[in-house]
Design a binder for this molecule. Structure first.
Ligand SMILES: Cc1cc2nc3c(=O)[nH]c(=O)nc-3n(C[C@H](O)[C@H](O)[C@H](O)COP(=O)(O)OP(=O)(O)OC[C@H]3O[C@@H](n4cnc5c(N)ncnc54)[C@H](O)[C@@H]3O)c2cc1C
Length: 405
């Protein structure tokens, strides 16, 4: 084993949960090291949604004005095209938050922004190209992590390890914590198609009898997410690229003149979707948060927000104690006690959506507008319910431990 280091808290994973937790703990004066396995934040598959509740947190941190100077789109009303009819789903304009919109911002910009601010604190370190490969133990207590870097292996010992390494978490796998799986019938094909000036001006979801195409506006291209039945990629490949191109055009006709850009399977990535949750999110010396504790599906586009809310609760409940002392398992359990209920509610909603709305299979139902969506079309006031659920979510967090930058 090569280099050895010691800190108060080491966080595995520099996604929304890890960077936000690192930022907040460092702002409270806790020595913290965040380890990210990639060399940068530029991952295609990262979601792009920054919710009103996250924007509210940026306001509470005093960062909102600067944050909104980053290139982004503001979506005040979420619309979907369902069986060829455009339906308003959620109206964010009445939310009790400073920003009454979802900001669509590439997640790498969000993570760069937050980590740049975090680096202003002397107690914060972000180590890129550090891949956590194992945990270290002293009897039953987790005492740190081992990480692989291009310059050799590193061992980092810490009073607390936070697992924030996403839905394929190595920290979770090594922890021995028990996981419950909730079956998901879908996977997602992820690809880019170029954007033209006269294309529709905002991100979109096209639903059709159980199937879904999502288009995220990334400036000069559309990031496309096409929902397929779980395990169905081989069959789609066997049917050929031309058929996939036709399927995409059948949802979004304006892509007809350039769908042929998808001329090789290497341009189409398979993203596996999971919903699961740890029974216990912690053990002595270790806490899992974000997708590492509860993998979220893209349904509702709420996983990033939930991961950030976990990070805020972690800082609120642990920062002061962690700055001066070790945290006990009972302290760590408080984070789960605070965050498990909202996670259960949202995951139940996602499981429902996968069983009843987006299954990836063409359903036998007629192509008419389902009753729920007709109600949303007829009664504008009802659109405030999904807006609240998506934009703020159950049990939103606010900062308790704030020090200025
Ligand atoms: C196809 C798809 C689309 C989605 N779209 C959206 C969306 O639009 N909006 C939304 O809110 N949610 C979306 N979600 C859900 C959302 O992506 C997650 O819920 C959210 O990213 C969880 O944040 P996190 O910080 O816990 O984990 P992640 O975002 O997964 O971040 C984990 C980080 O840890 C790093 N890492 C992994 N392993 C290691 C390791 N061993 N060592 C060091 N670093 C490591 C990763 O590189 C990554 O940076 C989507 C999910 C899927 C599957």
């Amino acid at each position: 084993m090569g280099e050895k280091r010691q800190t108060r808290c080491v966080i595995g994973g520099g996604g929304p949960a890890g960077i936000m937790a690192g930022y907040l703990l460092a702002r409270w004066g806790v020595p913290v090291i965040v380890l990210e396995k990639h060399a940068d934040f530029f991952r295609d598959f990262r979601g792009d949604t920054i919710h009103p509740s996250t924007l509210e947190l940026m306001y509470e941190l005093g960062l909102l004005d600067e944050f909104l100077e980053q290139p982004h789109q503001e979506v005040r009303e979420l619309r979907a095209v369902i069986n060829e009819q455009s339906v308003p789903i959620a109206d964010f304009t009445k939310l009790p938050t400073h920003c009454k919109f979802i900001a669509f911002m590439p997640q790498w910009d969000f993570l760069n922004f937050l980590s740049t601010h975090a680096k202003k604190f002397p107690s914060f370190q972000l180590l890129m190209e550090h891949e956590v490969v194992d945990l270290t133990f002293d009897q039953q207590r987790v005492t740190g992590v081992r990480a692989r870097t291009p310059r050799g292996d590193v061992e980092i010992r810490a009073d607390l390890v936070i697992g924030a390494d996403g839905r394929h978490s190595i920290i979770q796998a090594r922890s021995g914590l028990e996981r419950q799986e909730f079956g998901v019938p879908i996977d997602v094909l992820w690809m880019r198609i170029s954007k033209k000036q006269d294309d529709p001006q905002q991100s979109f979801g096209f639903f059709e009898r159980g199937r879904l195409l999502v288009l995220l506006d990334r400036g000069d291209y559309w990031q496309c997410g096409f929902v397929i039945p779980k395990g169905g990629f081989d069959e789609i490949k066997a049917r050929g690229l031309q058929q996939l191109q036709n399927d995409i055009v059948s949802f979004a006709r304006f892509l007809r003149d350039r769908v042929a850009e998808l001329d090789d399977w290497s341009k189409i990535k398979l993203l596996t979707v999971q919903i699961n949750r740890l029974r216990d999110w912690c053990r002595d010396g270790l806490l899992c948060i974000g997708d590492s504790a509860h993998a979220m599906s893209p349904a509702g586009g709420v996983g990033i927000n939930l991961a950030i809310q976990d990070a805020v609760a972690t800082a609120n409940l642990l920062a002061e104690k962690l700055r001066t002392d070790r945290v006990s398992v009972d302290d760590l359990r408080k984070v789960q006690a605070r965050r498990e209920w909202p996670t259960r509610v949202i995951q139940a909603m996602q499981v429902f959506i996968h069983r009843r709305v987006v299954t990836g299979q063409t359903s036998d139902r007629k192509g008419s507008l389902p009753f729920l969506f007709r109600l949303l079309k007829w009664l504008p006031v009802l659109r405030q319910i999904p807006a609240r659920f998506i934009g703020i979510g159950p049990r939103p967090e606010h900062f308790h431990c704030l020090r200025s930058e």
